[in-house]
Design a protein around this ligand. Structure first.
Ligand SMILES: C[C@@]1(CC(=O)O)c2cc3[nH]c(cc4nc(cc5[nH]c(cc(n2)[C@H]1CCC(=O)O)[C@@](C)(CC(=O)O)[C@@H]5CCC(=O)O)C(CC(=O)O)=C4CCC(=O)O)c(CCC(=O)O)c3CC(=O)O
Ligand SMILES: NC(=O)C1=CN([C@@H]2O[C@H](COP(=O)(O)OP(=O)(O)OC[C@H]3O[C@@H](n4cnc5c(N)ncnc54)[C@H](O)[C@@H]3O)[C@@H](O)[C@H]2O)C=CC1
Length: 225
């Protein structure tokens, strides 16, 4: 499976089925700004509530051929093998990418287990081999990767913006970021060692970038400590 991050914001995603499995996919899609349409004769209360709140469109009926028309992604998540097959064929017909909840081998894409720390995201997948394993590793990593990763990313993004604006070349930036990270920027943030963090910045930022200004920006925008 080819790893990729998809922008689903504002794009039509069709979920066929409204049970527990569909609900997980639906919540995920809503969180990422997709336009979600659900087709199912019966749905769990949480799906009904999302429809009531206007967060998704709900068609309370069985899947019909042509439903995949205009969809970017199609999720076949029913408990009926025949419906799964018809939905998959419809997705193919209309050129939508297919996720099939009961057939890993039919999937154009599979969902990883994942979590975010701000813009920082870690995703785990097993090529359909063991979703329980993906979930297990996700939970383990969630304990290990705390808010310091969100703050570190925020700081690095501030520095990077300045570096790009200053027209510093790629080779320079590559080395600078490696040094900042090798010098334990993340640990400094985790232990709130601001004096050490400043030292690292003064040591590795080029003269075009004001380390003091970066620290101020960081304390103001990323972490209010
Ligand atoms: C191929 C894939 C297609 C897809 O759905 O995208 C798929 C397929 C199937 N899942 C099944 C079962 C379970 N799925 C989970 C959980 C998750 N499943 C997810 C993804 C994927 N599942 C894709 C592969 C991803 C990968 O390779 O890792 C996660 C990661 C993401 C998400 O769904 O959001 C989410 C965890 C999120 C989290 O917690 O972070 C659990 C665990 C639990 O619920 O505790 C179980 C029970 C235990 C087990 O079986 O492992 C079955 C058998 C159904 C049956 O027995 O009838 C099939 C079909 C088959 O394998 O034939
Ligand atoms: N990929 C994954 O992550 C996982 C997949 N599964 C598989 O996912 C499938 C669904 O599981 P659950 O949500 O627990 O089932 P469920 O029984 O709770 O829900 C099934 C849903 O399909 C709908 N449905 C039935 N006929 C339909 C039709 N003609 N058109 C549209 N919708 C229709 C039902 O109304 C219901 O909303 C099962 O095949 C299960 O084996 C199970 C666990 C995890």
């Amino acid at each position: 499976m080819y790893p990729v991050n998809l922008n689903v914001a504002g794009r039509l995603c069709l979920v066929v089925g409204g049970g527990r499995v569909a609900l997980r996919k639906i919540r995920n899609l809503v969180e990422h700004g997709a336009r979600v349409r659900v087709v199912a004769p019966e749905v769990v209360p949480e799906v009904q509530a999302l429809a009531g709140g206007g967060q998704i469109e709900l068609l309370l009926r069985g899947f019909q051929q042509g439903d995949a028309s205009g969809a970017f992604l199609v999720f076949a998540a029913t408990d009926q093998v025949e419906v799964q097959a018809v939905a998959a064929a419809d997705a193919r017909k209309y050129g939508a990418l297919l996720n099939s909840a009961d057939s890993p081998e039919l999937c154009d894409f599979q969902l990883p287990a994942y979590f975010c720390r701000g813009g920082f995201q870690l995703a785990i997948s097993t090529d359909g081999g063991s979703p329980a394993f993906s979930r297990f590793i996700r939970q383990k990593l969630e304990d290990e990767f705390g808010d310091e990763y969100e703050y570190s990313l925020c700081l690095l993004a501030i520095i990077r913006k300045k570096a790009l604006a200053a027209g510093l070349d790629v080779g320079h930036n590559q080395k600078m970021f490696r040094k900042l990270l090798d010098d334990d920027l993340v640990d400094c943030i985790k232990s709130e060692s601001w004096a050490n963090l400043s030292k690292i910045l003064y040591c590795h930022l080029p003269k075009q970038i004001d380390a003091e200004e970066i620290m101020e920006d960081f304390r103001g925008k990323c972490c209010q400590n």
